[in-house]
Structure formats: C-alpha cells, structure tokens
Unconditional design. Structure first.
Length: 306
DNA sequence: GTCCAGGTCGCGC
DNA sequence: GCGCGACATGGA
C-alpha cells in the first residue's frame, strides 16, 4: 500500500546533518523522531492538500559536499507540487537560507573548542511552520522536558491527522483542527494544564486569519519589533520570545531559564548565583550571535561530561 | 507528602 | 517599570 518516493536536496556547505538534526530537543518531539540505528530524522507531515506522508530524512553527502535524502513514504500519487512542498519544508527545518559565515569567523578567531562550530554546526532544527514552533515552545515553559514531550505528543495523538498506511503515525495538528476542537480537549484530554487556554486561543487566532505567524519570518522586521509581536502572544514571555527569535534565525537574545542560570552559575561564577544581567554579560562579545554561542557552550559542557 | 520544572500572567505599587 | 502569588501537571 505504501510507496516510497526518493527526493534529494542540497544544503549550503558546510553542513553537518547529524549535529543539525540533533542540535536541540526538537528532534525527539512529536511528530519528529530519531532513528538511532540508521541515523535518520523521521517526521510525519501533512501537506497543504491534506495528504499525510511519512518522511525519513538522512544525509547522503559529507560536511563539505552535503546532500540530504528524503524518503517519502506515501499512499497514492505524490504530485510534483507535493514533492516541492516537502523539499521546501525540509529546507526550512535546516535553515538553508541562513548564512553563518560571520559567526564561523568569530568562532575561528576564538580557537578551540569554538572552531568546532565551523564544521557545519549551528543550524538549530526547527519546525516547518512557526505555528508548530510557538506551540512547542509554550510547552517547554515551567515544566520539565518529559512534560513537554508528553504534552506535544498528546496534541499530535488527539488532534493530528493520520498517515493512511500506519494510523498510529500522526502529523502535527493544523490551526484549523485545533480551533475546531473544544477547550476541554486541551485541558482534560491532552492535559495541558493552564497552557490549554493559551494554545487553544492561539490556534483560533491563527485559524481565523487574525494572526499570521508565518509573516514573522520576514527579515525586514527589526528584531525588537519582532520580539514585541512574540511577547503579545499569550503564554510567551521573555524566555519563550528569545527561544522563538532563535528559531526565526535571530540570535541576539538569550533565553534565560533555569538551565541557562544553572549553567552560567556553575561555569563562570563558581556556583554563586549572579543576577540575570550579570549572567547575560558573559555572551555580550558575541553580539548578534549570543544564543548560538551560549548553546554551543552548554552543549560543549555536556559533551565533556560524557 | 512536598517541591518545582528549559516561566508567564495579572495585579498592585 | 518591579515584586509577588497563582497557575496545572507529573516527575523527582
């Protein structure tokens, strides 16, 4: 019943597929998953036609000559339009349009371990739609990582559309599907707690056309203005806005949360607890690349422990 | 049982 | 603008 159509796209070099896929937690949050054995990013995707496909994405090139292969598992015919839509979605997930050369130059100047970044790191994985990233980010606030995964998985299971060849695989729900549900679905069924209202309201605003989240990708919007628009979303505060700015390709702001505070305190303040402003100053030299610098610093710290 | 998490809101000052 | 309590849920 299921057919596989093979597609391939070429990211800008340098590009490290596995580091990019596993750049942060999104890789294991529904409807994404990571195939440990074959090092593939898997994702259930709903196309604009309503067709749901199951994508298996992996590298078929090298860091300097990168290529991404996409195995599209689908039923019926996969139109040319559908194929280009899938390629565009994957290109968005891996930020093909972003240029990291200035950041890499700074890393090169710093020497080790920062120069590791220049081997195609820094492309933090994101979702094909801003809507999905906003909801997932709201689901990371005031909760542990396990709770985030549980809540997003619940949204996908209850409201996401099934892949016909395997009904257990579901895509991230559309704004419309969420808007047409009732509040109790979010609170009582998915158990989103107080976030249920935020997410339901957001879905209604997006579905009605009142709020155009995709418009926030516009590079012409100055970062401070973009931040203001993000903060206007209920459930999005300073931490979530900084996280979303990162997901939108703006790295000026640091996402100050318990992870950030604990890490900076331990690494730079001998366990003493600095003020948030003092903690943020650590990354001031990185200018518009602060978030990436922090993230690599954090990741590098975790890596050394292994 | 108690505390709190990759925080944010609404209020009062 | 800043401080403070409330907030749902489930894991530690």
């Amino acid at each position: 019943m299921a057919i596989v159509t093979k597609l391939s796209i070429t990211p800008p070099a340098p590009f490290d597929f596995e580091f990019s896929a596993y750049s942060h937690g999104w890789v294991v949050v529904a409807p994404n998953s990571w195939d440990e054995e074959f090092h593939k990013l898997q994702r259930v995707e709903r196309l604009s036609s309503g067709k749901v496909v199951f994508l298996e994405i992996n590298s078929s090139g090298s860091v300097t000559k990168p290529k991404i292969s996409i195995d599209v598992n689908h039923t019926g015919k996969l139109s040319v339009k559908a194929q280009s839509e899938i390629k565009a979605a994957v290109a968005l997930m891996f930020r093909f349009e972003e240029d990291f050369s200035e950041f890499y130059t700074m890393c090169e100047k710093r020497g080790k371990p920062w120069n590791r970044m220049t081997a195609g790191l820094g492309r933090m994985l994101r979702s094909p739609t801003v809507f999905e990233d906003v909801i997932k980010t709201i689901c990371t606030t005031n909760i542990q990582w396990g709770g985030t995964k549980r809540m997003v998985e619940g949204l996908v299971d209850v409201l996401g559309q099934s892949y016909p060849a395997d009904r257990n695989l579901r895509a991230f729900p559309t704004p419309k599907a969420m808007a047409e549900a009732v509040l109790e679905t979010f609170t009582d069924t998915v158990r989103l707690g107080y976030r249920g209202d935020y997410i339901y309201t957001l879905a209604q605003r997006v579905a009605s056309g009142e709020l155009d989240l995709e418009a926030l990708r516009d590079e012409a919007i100055p970062t401070p203005e973009l931040k203001k628009e993000l903060l206007a979303i209920k459930g999005v505060g300073n931490y979530a806005a900084a996280t979303l700015l990162m997901l939108l390709g703006r790295y000026d702001e640091l996402a100050v949360d318990t992870v950030f505070r604990t890490f900076v305190s331990n690494k730079y303040f001998a366990g003493e607890r600095p003020s948030d402003d003092e903690a943020k100053e650590i990354y001031t030299p990185w200018g518009k690349w602060k978030y990436l610098a922090y993230w690599f610093d954090l990741w590098q710290g975790l890596d050394e422990e292994l």
